[in-house]
Design a protein around this ligand. Structure first.
Ligand SMILES: [Zn+2]
Length: 87
């Protein structure tokens, strides 16, 4: 596909997605995304987006949150190995 922002060609890649919320750090590895080769913009399919949201929601509940001012440990999750057939 073409990048919505700069018009360059995107390429399908497995990426690591990082989220920070306060002192909580989440990383999801092996996420399939279309990545713009020029500006780096990432595009996810609706299915991937949905799974990502479910994953980070679950990780948030289980991640250890440290006291304010202290950096929490990075919580890492493998997108490919994650089970999304809950509910
Ligand atoms: Zn671009």
């Amino acid at each position: 596909m073409k990048c919505y922002f700069c018009g360059a060609q995107t390429k399908e890649q497995l990426i690591t997605d990082l989220y920070t919320e306060g002192n909580l750090y989440l990383a999801v590895e092996n996420v399939p995304a279309d990545v713009c080769q020029q500006c780096g913009e990432r595009y996810y399919s609706p299915e991937v987006m949905k799974k990502l949201l479910a994953l980070t929601e679950g990780m948030r509940e289980h991640a250890a949150v440290g006291p304010p001012g202290r950096k929490a440990d990075l919580t890492v999750c493998d997108f490919a190995a994650a089970d999304t057939h809950t509910h």
